[in-house]
Design a protein around this ligand. Structure first.
Ligand code: SF4
Length: 96
């Protein structure tokens, strides 16, 4: 009787291990996969954002003042923003 009572926790532990080991394996690799996916998406978004920001022409425009108080006398609200990408008043400085 005593042996049967002592064998019960051992069987319970074996049963829990039988379920928990594969479950933890799957959860751990799922977590690794999610982290890798997030890193790839963050890198992709950063590249897309950098590509978009490089389309802003203000730094090469003759009207750009390079002064934070008035970046552009023609369009001060859109200078150095994405709204300036297709600016009709852009004129190249001709310095590059
Ligand atoms: S004129 Fe247009 S492109 Fe030139 S600095 Fe002003 S906003 Fe930028």
């Amino acid at each position: 009787m005593v042996l049967q009572l002592m064998a019960l926790p051992v069987r319970l532990i074996e049963l829990v291990q039988l379920v928990l080991v594969p479950l933890c394996f799957v959860l751990a690799w799922t977590l690794v996969g999610l982290i890798a996916w997030n890193l790839m998406m963050a890198a992709r978004d950063a590249v897309a954002r950098a590509t978009e920001m490089h389309k802003i022409p203000c730094a090469e425009c003759r009207y750009f003042t390079n002064d934070h108080r008035l970046k552009c006398p023609l369009h001060p609200k859109i200078a150095l923003t994405e709204a300036a990408i297709d600016c009709a008043d852009f004129e190249h400085t001709g310095m590059m």
